[in-house]
Ligand binder design. Sequence first.
Ligand code: NAD
Length: 289
Amino acid sequence: MKIAFIGLGNMGGGMAANLVKAGHEVAAFDLSEEALVAAKSNGCATFTSASEACDGAEAVVSMLPNGAIVKSVYSADVIGKAPAGAVFLDCSTIDVATAREVISLAETGGYEMVDAPVSGGIAAANGGTLTFMVGGTASAFERAKPILEAMGKAVIHAGDAGNGQAAKICNNMLLAIHMAGTCEAFSMAEKLGLDAQTFYDISSVSSGQNWSMTSYCPVPGVGPQSPSDNDYQGGFATALMLKDLRLAMEAADSADAPVPMGARAAALYEDFNGAGNGGLDFSAIIKTL
Ligand code: NAD
């Protein structure tokens, strides 16, 4: 299948390469010359505009920084430029409202489109092991699914347009809350004279057990290998967690959903990021306690 791919950064570069490996003909565009050179070396054909990449494409995949860019790229260079009947897949993490708006613009233009944000970082993008949470009609989902399967290990239909983004930000808000809570519990245990390993041994088989503790422990040397064992390098950067928390707060406001714990976690990550820790893994927030 001929697939246009727009946005070949840290994530999109590996994802486009996996489409090539799956036998697709990938027409790539990015504003960055460096990203285009890398895409070419991975077997993509490269173009000097998104609209040229979309010429003759049966599907368009995008992996872009934010909602404003997604809307402008689709409005100016994809809708009306890609052949009638092409299916669009936006894999960027963006706000729910813009995702719904862009899908509606695409549908008005006669195209089917899904929002398909991912769980998993750069290693999963390179390794083809991302999880996709997909919003859109059943028909758009069925068309998008085989393309997404070439880039991931799980593809889940979350419901109507925008629901992929809704699933992503609700999940990451919950992750921020239980990471912050896990950090607090370990820190308090230590201050009460309880050693971290002992607390882990008890809590990991008790009702406080959660993913931040047992798969991603913020205390070095406790639990399976995680970024805390590597001085909080690699993993899921605080700046990216904060991006998702800001989107979550925006969505909560617009849906009038009370999120007192999410708001507190967002405030903690705003402060931690503002103190120059944006590049550290998000579990490093334990350093503030
Ligand atoms: P990135 O900044 O590395 O890549 C974005 C790419 O988009 C860049 O190469 C940039 O040049 C390109 N771009 C920007 N504007 C463009 C335009 N108008 N036309 C064409 N190309 C344009 O970012 P990333 O880490 O690859 O993240 C991409 C998306 O994936 C974001 O929405 C992010 O939130 C999401 N995400 C990232 C991670 C991660 O670990 N990096 C994990 C999950 C989700």
